[in-house]
Design a protein around this ligand. Structure first.
Ligand SMILES: [Zn+2]
Length: 95
């Protein structure tokens, strides 16, 4: 891992749950009417639900940086982000 600073996302783009890539294609809509995305890097197709907005990301990043354990952050941000997302977030960032 070469990045020394966590990538800050400024837009509203979702991330690939597998590789955290943001180079995505829209891949149609599910039967439930949710937008599907396909990752250009790894080919994974996924749905973002619930939507994770920039504020939530900022709070999550700050808590992780302060050394809060992921399960604790997950409790605070329950309903906004999943533990899985937090672990991936933590892994993709070097504080
Ligand atoms: Zn990917």
């Amino acid at each position: 891992m070469s990045a020394s600073i966590c990538r800050i996302t400024t837009g509203d783009l979702p991330e690939c749950p597998r590789c955290a890539g943001q180079d995505l294609w829209r891949a149609g809509v599910t039967g439930a009417g949710k937008q599907q995305w396909r990752c250009k890097s790894c080919g994974r197709v996924f749905v973002i639900d619930p939507y994770i907005n920039g504020d939530i990301k900022m709070i999550a990043d700050r808590m992780l940086r302060e050394g809060f354990p992921v399960p604790q952050v997950a409790v605070v941000l329950d309903g906004f982000v999943s533990r899985r997302w937090l672990y991936q977030r933590k892994k993709s960032c070097q504080w």
